[in-house]
Design a protein around this ligand. Structure first.
Ligand SMILES: [Zn+2]
Length: 310
């Protein structure tokens, strides 16, 4: 899924903020290192344009699209969008330019999404969800990490607040510590970059731990080399996230699988050793000791492979 803006994104108002008579049904976005005014707005996914709003109150110049994840709206554009109803747009296709038309106090992008939504008079029916959750689902799914566990993990990390910091210098929606993750320096408060990075990091931990989510989550929380009481904090974190979820073999099943793998490995090494000893012994036998030409031919044949394994 493509972030809606190029550059380092910041969330200027989160999903669900109380606004008098209603709660904010989407997220408001700007950029960290650049003015956002007239920057291109990109479609998160391949979609069909289903509605356009005419520039007036409250949405300003705005566009609604329908893709696999639901109905999305993008509002307060600087000018009428360069797309028409019925047109399809690819993932990353430009839907318009950021502006401040309609009920807006300064240039920003408002985006919202309803997974089961429909559009009527530019109103959206169906429950709207935090768009960051759909991005999290997409990033997790793309790397083979269970999206339900990832949502639970992000809830545990930040409660989906992209702007929080912890006393331990963990920053943003995925609580990344920039000191340990130099690639994320300056980007930890960009929830799109952070969620993508965190999903990939978890996929690496899961692969490293042979699919063991409990170990992988503990790695995310306390580091791969943690031990003792500190490691136990990681397990506690993992158990809260995994509670009620059936996403991995149980620890005892994984231990059995690993024991089986190690046993198979030991048996293969044993068989190879035995084969080597047998060949050594055969080489020491005087060819005249063989009872038949057939046995001698078999011995010559075996020696060929022994001396030239290729
Ligand atoms: Zn908004």
């Amino acid at each position: 899924m493509i972030p809606p803006l190029d550059g380092i994104i910041r969330v200027t108002d989160v999903f669900g903020t109380a606004r008098g008579t209603y709660s904010h049904g989407g997220i408001d976005l700007g950029l960290t290192n650049d003015y956002v005014h007239r920057k291109p707005i990109r479609s998160p996914e391949a979609a069909e344009v289903v509605a356009i709003f005419d520039g007036g109150y409250p949405y300003g110049n705005a566009v609604a699209i329908k893709g696999a994840s639901g109905v999305w709206r993008f509002m307060h554009m600087d000018e009428p969008p360069p797309v028409a109803v019925g047109q399809t747009v690819p993932a990353g296709g430009v839907l318009g330019l950021v502006g401040s038309t309609g009920n807006s106090t300064g240039p920003h992008l408002h985006m919202d999404v309803a997974p089961e939504g429909e559009i009527y008079d530019f109103k959206i029916s169906g429950e709207r969800v935090d768009p960051l959750k759909l991005y999290a689902d997409a990033y997790a799914t793309a790397v083979g990490y269970d999206s339900e566990v990832f949502r639970s993990q992000i809830t545990m990390e930040s409660g989906w607040d992209p702007n929080i910091s912890s006393f331990a210098d963990a920053e943003g929606v995925a609580q990344i510590i920039p000191r340990w993750h130099p690639a994320m320096r300056g980007k930890t408060f960009d929830p799109f970059a952070s969620l993508d990075y965190a999903a990939n990091l978890m996929a690496a931990h899961i692969a490293f731990r042979d699919g063991d989510y409990r170990e992988a989550l503990a790695d995310y929380n306390t580091g791969r080399n943690s031990s003792g009481d500190f490691r136990n904090e990681g397990y506690h974190y993992a158990e809260i996230i995994l509670r009620g979820k059936d996403v991995m073999a149980t620890t005892s099943e994984l231990e059995l699988l690993r024991a089986d793998r190690d046993r198979n490995h030991a048996q293969k090494l044993g068989a190879l050793h035995h084969l080597g000893v047998t060949i050594e012994l055969l080489n020491r036998i005087d060819p005249s000791a063989f009872a038949s030409d057939e046995d001698r031919a078999a011995h010559d044949d075996a020696q060929k492979y022994y001396h030239d394994p290729k």
